[in-house]
Write a protein that binds this ligand. Structure first.
Ligand SMILES: C[S@@+](CC[C@H](N)C(=O)[O-])C[C@H]1O[C@@H](n2cnc3c(N)ncnc32)[C@H](O)[C@@H]1O
Length: 253
């Protein structure tokens, strides 16, 4: 029995057949779309902002040159808006997500902030991106890859759409590696987060799924191996907040 299986048994995870996973994920994000960003603030005590800022710092969009950025599984456009803010006037961002409800929230927010010209929202599966080869300078995916059914296919697509010299950054929950914090983190995740989900979006189950999906995601070393197998070079990762999240990076060279 692996560590993940043991934890799964401890917490009574649901077994979701691979074929049903995308439908379950779609239901989860349809249910939470309107209050998704508020829930992120509440669940992470605002920390998701600092993690996303680290991601955008690593993207490092230029101030004075054209820059085409793709945010995969970009949801409500939170990361893409931060990339726009960090970049120059010639920065353009594409938010791609499989869920129309998440994109609709993002599109409305972009319009309210008068960002519609620099942003586009595209409904698509990360496993089959509707973009030409080598069309982006950088690609990100934040808290999205663990929701994708075939991770290898999504990594291959991210690699395909990057230009040579482009970078890929993936922010994802990871494995807490601070003794004591791990147990506390489990208790918080499996008790407080579903309760928050019930109170704020009227849906505990969706947040229970999200917590379970974090525990099922490969550890950073295994994920680094998947990135290399997809073709990425100079693959590296750094963990943050005691291992709660990891920022993975790789280049198309
Ligand atoms: C936890 S949210 C992250 C949203 C955003 N990146 C952020 O950090 O705020 C996960 C997103 O992944 C999207 N998603 C799940 N499976 C996907 C797939 N196969 N292709 C594209 N997007 C997907 C969901 O619709 C959802 O918007």
């Amino acid at each position: 029995m692996t560590d993940t299986d043991r934890r799964a048994a401890d917490f009574g995870y649901r077994q979701v057949p691979l074929g049903d996973k995308q439908a379950l994920v779609d239901d989860v994000f349809r249910s939470v779309a309107r209050r998704y960003d508020l829930m992120n603030d509440l669940m992470s005590f605002g920390l998701h902002r600092a993690w996303k800022d680290m991601l955008v710092t690593a993207v490092d969009p230029p101030k004075t040159a054209p820059f085409a950025h793709l945010d995969i599984a970009g949801g409500t456009g939170d990361v893409a808006m931060r990339v726009l803010q960090a970049g120059g006037e010639q920065t353009r961002v594409t938010v791609c997500d499989i869920n129309a409800d998440m994109l609709a929230v993002g599109r409305a927010r972009a319009a309210a902030k008068r960002l519609s010209e620099a942003m586009r929202f595209v409904e698509a599966n990360a496993e089959a991106l509707p973009f030409p080869d080598r069309s982006f300078d950088a690609a990100t995916i934040a808290f999205g890859i663990r929701n994708v059914t075939h991770i290898e296919a999504a990594l291959a697509e991210a690699f395909r759409v990057l230009r040579i010299g482009g970078k890929f950054l993936c922010l994802e929950f990871s494995v807490v590696d601070v003794p004591g914090l791990d147990r506390l983190y489990d208790l918080y995740s499996f008790n407080v987060i579903p309760a928050l989900g019930r109170a704020v979006v009227g849906d505990a189950e969706s947040y229970r799924y999200l917590v379970e999906s974090i525990r099922r995601f490969p550890n950073p070393q295994a994920f680094a191996g998947m990135m290399r197998a997809a073709g990425f070079a100079r693959v590296a990762h750094q963990t943050m907040s005691g291992g709660i999240v990891a920022l993975h990076s790789g280049w198309r060279l």
